[in-house]
Design a protein around this ligand. Structure first.
Ligand code: SF4
Length: 527
């Protein structure tokens, strides 16, 4: 491997045609190697057009990346600690446990990456996401948290299947003490059957046990859902319902439609079209599967639009610069909807059912640009909130007096430089985020340029999609391999892998510790 590998990969761009047909959006391109490739970009062209119309880039002139980026950018920096995993499920975007080599980060690698991010001249507030493979089986996981915290990063997260959190009594507590802030918990459905495609017979029980321990340790949990059409697309409404009922322990839900890469990188066309799931599918299916009205054309917004709100917070003089390039995330690749949950009744309603978000976003842009002083910004913001609020459509029990608390809650979630305190009030926001990563069949270079979750490596930073779907992962991991697999097994032994319908041994949780009885799905709030 040499520098030419990087240059050749970066230069391999295929022009594509975007076609609107039968109310859907398709991409068509001809690859010199693989011939004609046709794929679905959106099941609803009107929904997609609306997202594009609401796009709010912070930096419309951002330069396309060419090969690895030396200069940090983005909102959440992903750092892989290992390519090993204690599961062997399908799908797996990075094909864990299938490479002929092991790649383990060292504390020094991670320190160097974090220092580079901290020294970045561009001012940004970064979340750090430790990932893998399964990062919690890395022997340096806790040490990396301490290093990141020592350098000054306040919001440290881990993307995990939850097995170690579920199995070990004090793992969540140790991680919290080391500096962990939040857990992105892989979560594909609300029963063991709905998770069975990942090769573990009691995977939902694992998730419940993990969530309990994460909560007891005072960590935030976000459910991270990989959605594949016809595999678990009928579960998504139940997942949101689960999150609403567990609002005391779930901070947000992140839906990520399946990406055809890693374990799934060469599906037959029919199989790919069958399982392909777009963000428009998601918005429509959530409406169809929910107890409340959740309208695709009223309640969904591009993630970049949250930047408009961030700009207003800047204008209020709260001392935080929120002009993060992360909000440039392409309109068709990152979307969100905000639910307001009544913790008393466990009813949820989309915020935009009683608050005119479209008009508020327009107001926010004007306030941020033209208010001139923090005082004037506050007055204008108050007026905008009042003119866009439709209290007659608000959930019963929500009074004008709750607005201040709600505003502080939303601001706390957006202010990236501050770790928000737990808010115990009756009304809680539940952000539902959706990010559509790309694979070789639907890659859009424009979207790659607007990635918000770069993967940081010894070679610089890569957009998440180009790293995982366009071959960079294999190049970097192979170049920085720690040992051949056989050599690793000889020296370190084999790590445990739960697969082929295995059951993960669990112990029942009690308030004060553990009890040696297998846990069951009875902890499910939906049961
Ligand atoms: S939990 Fe599954 S998807 Fe995640 S890294 Fe392990 S094998 Fe891959």
């Amino acid at each position: 491997m040499d520098e030419r590998d990087f240059e050749q990969r970066a230069a391999y761009v295929i022009p594509a045609e975007i076609i609107h047909r039968d109310g859907q959006v398709w991409m068509q391109k001809v690859c010199p190697e693989h011939g004609l490739i046709v794929d679905l970009l959106s099941s609803d062209a009107v929904f997609t057009a609306r997202m594009e119309s609401l796009y709010h880039p912070q930096d419309p002139n951002r330069e396309p990346p060419s090969g690895p980026r030396r200069k940090p950018s983005g909102l959440m920096l992903v750092i892989d600690l290992t390519n090993r995993c204690n599961m062997k499920c399908s799908p797996c975007f990075m094909d864990a446990n299938h490479q002929p080599y092991v790649r383990e980060a060292t504390v020094e690698n991670v320190r160097e990456i974090l220092n580079r991010a901290a020294d970045s001249k561009s001012r940004r507030d970064l979340d750090i996401l430790f990932s893998g493979g399964e990062p919690t089986i890395s022997p340096i996981f806790l040490e990396c948290l301490r290093v990141a915290k020592g350098i000054g990063f306040g919001r440290l997260h881990v993307a995990t299947n939850g097995i170690r959190f579920a199995q070990e009594d004090d793992f969540a507590r140790k991680a919290k003490d080391a500096g962990l802030h939040g857990v992105f918990l892989q979560f594909d459905g609300v029963s063991n059957e709905a998770n069975a495609h990942r090769g573990i017979s009691n995977l939902f029980d694992v998730k419940l046990a993990a969530l309990e321990r994460i909560h007891q340790a005072g960590l935030y949990a976000a459910l991270q859902v990989t959605v594949a059409n016809t595999v678990n697309s009928t579960e998504i409404g139940k997942i949101v319902e689960f999150a609403v009922k567990s609002i005391d322990r779930i901070h947000s839900v992140l839906f990520q439609p399946l990406v055809f890469t890693g374990r799934d990188q060469l599906p037959a066309d029919e199989d790919r079209w069958h399982r392909r799931y777009t963000l428009a599918h998601l918005a429509h299916d959530l409406n169809a599967q929910s107890r409340f009205e959740w309208l695709p054309l009223r309640d969904w917004f591009p993630i970049s639009a949250s930047g408009a709100f961030g700009n207003v917070l800047d204008a209020l003089g709260l001392g935080v610069n929120l002009r993060s390039p992360a909000h440039d995330l392409h309109a068709t690749h990152g979307q969100f909807s905000i639910l307001l949950v009544d913790t008393k009744t466990h009813q949820a309603v989309p915020l935009s059912a009683f608050f005119l978000m479209d008009r508020f976003l327009q107001d926010a842009t004007v306030i941020a640009r033209e208010s001139g002083s923090p005082f004037r910004a506050r007055v204008l913001l108050g007026a905008s909130i009042l003119r866009n609020l439709e209290l007659q459509h608000a959930p019963s029990g929500l009074a004008l007096g709750s607005l201040g608390q709600l505003f502080r809650q939303l601001a706390g979630r957006i202010q990236k430089s501050k770790v928000e305190e737990a808010d115990k009030s009756r009304w809680q926001f539940l952000p539902i985020n959706a990010v559509w990563f790309e694979d070789p069949f639907n890659v859009d270079f424009e979207a790659v340029c607007r990635s918000c979750a770069p993967v940081a490596t010894e070679e610089g930073e890569f957009s998440f999609c180009s790293y995982n779907s366009m071959g960079w992962r294999q190049i970097v991991e192979s170049r920085h391999r720690t040992a051949d697999l056989s050599e690793w097994h000889r020296e370190k032994g084999r790590h445990a892998i739960f697969a082929n319908g295995a059951t993960v041994p669990l112990e029942r949780l009690t308030a004060g510790g553990s009890h040696p009885t297998p846990i069951s799905s009875s902890g499910n709030p939906l049961a």
